[in-house]
Ligand binder design. Structure first.
Ligand SMILES: Nc1nc2c(ncn2[C@@H]2O[C@H](COP(=O)(O)OP(=O)(O)OP(=O)(O)O)[C@@H](O)[C@H]2O)c(=O)[nH]1
Ligand SMILES: [Mg+2]
Length: 193
């Protein structure tokens, strides 16, 4: 559920970028942050270094118009993808209104993608969320790699019929804005059918 602040007339949704380590979640967020107009975004906090990668989360708020007089804000997070940060991932995922799953299209990374998706499903189930009715977008990132994972692989293996999917090259910004537009639209539609 979004956080509604009646006094300040603001609705805040939370969108979380989830996926295995090095799939390009932080690269997506950095691109979105760079592409937005100054007036619409807050500071981006990136808690990683070149050596240590994402230790906890990356975050920034994004202003997006109004719903019935309330300012709409998206708080954008990414989780650390490395397997041993499961506790941080759960903390960050809790209360999410929508998730973008960033899959790594590298041909050798299918198992990591599937394992990460499994963790996402089990965490959502623990939070009492039915992931089949939950705003979820699948992004196949790194489409610039040779012989990328065929589209459809994840959906077939995971039974994700009808999930919106996007191809992306996050390092070039390709597909990045289409992905977030779809995720934010789904989140708002669920809130205001
Ligand atoms: N070839 C290619 N490389 C990419 C693409 N997107 C991201 N990368 C590279 O993949 C590496 C990991 O990107 P990050 O955005 O840090 O990945 P992450 O998912 O945030 O990783 P964790 O925080 O460790 O979970 C970096 O070297 C990026 O430059 C892409 O579309 N194509
Ligand atoms: Mg990261």
């Amino acid at each position: 559920m979004p956080h509604i602040n009646y006094r300040d007339k603001e609705i805040a949704f939370k969108i979380v970028y989830y996926g295995p380590g090095l799939s390009g979640k932080t690269t997506n967020l950095k691109y979105i942050h760079t592409a937005l107009d100054k007036g619409r975004k807050g500071e981006m906090i990136v808690l990683d270094t070149e050596q240590e990668r994402t230790l906890f989360f990356d975050f920034f708020p994004l202003e997006l118009g109004q719903i019935e007089g309330y300012a709409v804000r998206f708080n954008m997070y990414t989780v650390p993808g490395q397997v041993y940060y499961e506790a941080s991932r759960r903390l960050i995922l809790e209360g999410a209104d929508g998730v973008v799953f960033v899959a790594d299209s590298h041909e050798g990374r299918l198992d990591e993608n599937l394992e990460s998706f499994g963790m996402l499903q089990s965490s959502l189930a623990d939070f009492g969320v039915d992931w089949k009715r939950f705003p979820l977008v699948l992004q196949y990132n790194k489409r610039d790699l040779p012989q990328p994972l065929p589209l459809g692989t994840m959906e077939i293996k995971l039974g994700l019929n009808g999930i919106p999917i996007f191809e992306a090259v996050a390092t070039e910004g390709r597909g990045v804005m289409d992905t977030i537009r779809m995720a934010s639209r789904q989140v708002i539609e669920k809130f205001q059918p």
